[in-house]
Ligand binder design. Structure first.
Ligand code: SF4
Length: 482
């Protein structure tokens, strides 16, 4: 039996995308799949055997004369070629084996990676997973390969088996089994998905793919690669019919949208619950006007916007109570409430506006696939009206004070919002401007981002226990992705 050899289509000395850092890439020959968008049909033909076999030599000659480059090299020959570039492999760089389909030459890849590991070199395998079997000889070899592979870059062509078969000619069941195995055995993975308009861009299927990736524990990166047509001349040269002539590449925006969706699979935070007054809306002027309208009606002293700033956060009844002259009876307070409500319902949109940067923030969060809710101690009708007016395009749920639901800082409103969104507290973050919000987050079991453009200042919030702050709306995305 001859020495293990690899049938190599080509190599690249300074690869920058197939794994971390700068990498030496080895593209192996042979693939059983026939992805309709494959840009390198030259790598399809499978060659198998050992270096001393005449049959192999004959096959390589045949392929070369039909315009397909194939080289036969041992793992140590490849290693010798690669190691010349070692000085460039900073920041986790190293060797990546890609294809064709590298797992068709699993013995060669394992030996090459064993040599690399002996030299302390990082190894990555770019694979479609098609040859994977969870039993027998292949599985034993695969387990050995796992021991010397630092990163698996797995291309999931389509999450639905039927569509996967139509696109590639093969089932995806064993591919997903392979991803599950890698996840269960702590092997780091990057997941790739090629976006082909009309074939792999169905939104529901992409959501299914996102949900599947979420079940994997070791995915550190998700990449969406735009389909391109640069392989067409290669098809023409080899006399192969190009199956998706009429499909154009996706736009940059489409790729970004899908990247945002799939990336939420590895971001632990998927849901953001906002407070309303002082957080997303500057409602202080309209609240002040309605408060003063009520006080004037009862011949009581009115107050300035700044004086009212600190009394809001616990609902209107409490704000009125804190602003009344000392000794005012509870009866008077009860009479004031409906008058306030009637006035505020009519005037809650007079001066109220989202804070600068809030609409842009919500748009960005929406594009990134976050689910959003607003919960407020304001009267439910006003919350719904303000939501409709400013945030209905991006925020899915808006809840205000209503009978049977305890007001913040009780966790009830947050829990009701998460239930409507289908989210858990483990994947959610609360954002608010006051101590009531901080307590609401705490009582709901959510981390809290305290914003500093609202009704309270930082020193006061720190005294109440707040620990994470956003100076401007633009800080929120960075904090969520931390
Ligand atoms: S798995 Fe890769 S090499 Fe094989 S057909 Fe698909 S795109 Fe081409």
């Amino acid at each position: 039996m001859g020495e293990t050899v690899g049938f190599i289509h080509s190599t690249e000395s300074f690869g920058a995308v197939d794994g971390p850092g700068i990498r030496f890439i080895v593209f192996l020959q042979g693939c059983h799949m026939r992805c309709k968008y494959c840009h390198n049909p030259e790598t399809w033909e499978v060659v198998q055997g050992s270096s001393d076999s005449d049959m192999v030599e004959k096959r390589i000659d045949e392929l070369t004369s039909s315009g397909i480059r194939v080289e036969c090299m041992t793992p140590s020959e490849v290693m010798k070629k690669a190691i010349r570039f070692k000085t460039y492999w900073k920041n986790g760089g190293g060797i990546t084996v890609s294809g064709g389909e590298a797992l068709l030459q699993i013995d060669f890849v394992t030996e090459l990676f064993e040599l690399a590991h002996k030299e302390g070199i990082n190894t990555a395998l770019d694979t479609s997973g098609n040859p994977y079997k969870s039993e027998g000889e292949f599985f034993e070899k695969f387990k050995k390969l796992c021991e010397v592979t630092d990163l698996f870059i797995l291309d999931i062509k389509h999450i639905r088996d039927e569509e996967h078969r139509a696109l590639t000619g093969h089932s995806n069941k064993n591919i997903l089994e392979m991803a599950n195995y890698l996840s269960e055995h702590g092997k780091e993975m990057w997941i790739r998905h090629v976006l082909v308009p009309g074939i792999t861009d169905d939104w529901k299927a992409l959501e299914e793919l996102r949900d599947y990736i979420k079940t994997l524990k070791t995915v550190s990166k998700v990449e969406v690669l735009p389909y391109h047509r640069m392989g067409i001349p290669e098809y023409e040269r080899l006399g192969i019919d190009y199956p998706i002539k009429d499909i154009n590449p996706p736009t940059k925006k489409e790729v970004e949208k899908v990247t945002n969706l799939l990336s939420t699979a590895i971001n632990s935070v998927t849901t953001v619950v906002f407070d309303m007054d002082g957080t997303v809306l500057n409602t202080l002027d309209d609240l002040t006007d309605s408060m003063n309208y009520v006080f004037e009606k009862f011949d009581m002293p009115t107050h300035t916007v700044e004086e009212y700033r600190l009394v809001f956060g616990n609902g209107i009844k409490e704000a009125l109570r804190l602003s009344l002259p000392e000794g005012t009876s509870e009866d008077i307070l009860e009479k004031m409430l409906p008058i306030f409500k009637e006035h505020y319902d009519k005037h809650c949109l007079d001066k109220t506006r989202p804070y600068d940067g809030i609409l842009e923030l919500m748009k960005e969060l929406k594009q990134k696939g976050y689910k959003m809710a607003i919960v407020s101690n304001k009267i439910d009708s006003a919350v719904k009206e303000l939501h409709q007016r400013f945030f209905s395009e991006s925020v899915d749920v808006a809840l205000g004070e209503r009978p049977g639901v305890n007001r913040k800082p009780a966790p009830d409103m947050v829990e009701a919002a998460l239930l409507e969104l289908g989210s858990t507290k483990e994947e959610s973050v609360y954002i608010g401007d006051s101590e009531v919000d901080f307590l609401t987050a705490k009582n709901s079991g959510l981390p809290c981002i305290s914003v500093l453009w609202g009704f309270r200042d930082k020193d006061y919030l720190v005294e109440q226990g707040a620990y994470c702050f956003a100076d401007v709306p633009g800080d929120i995305v960075k904090l969520l992705e931390k």
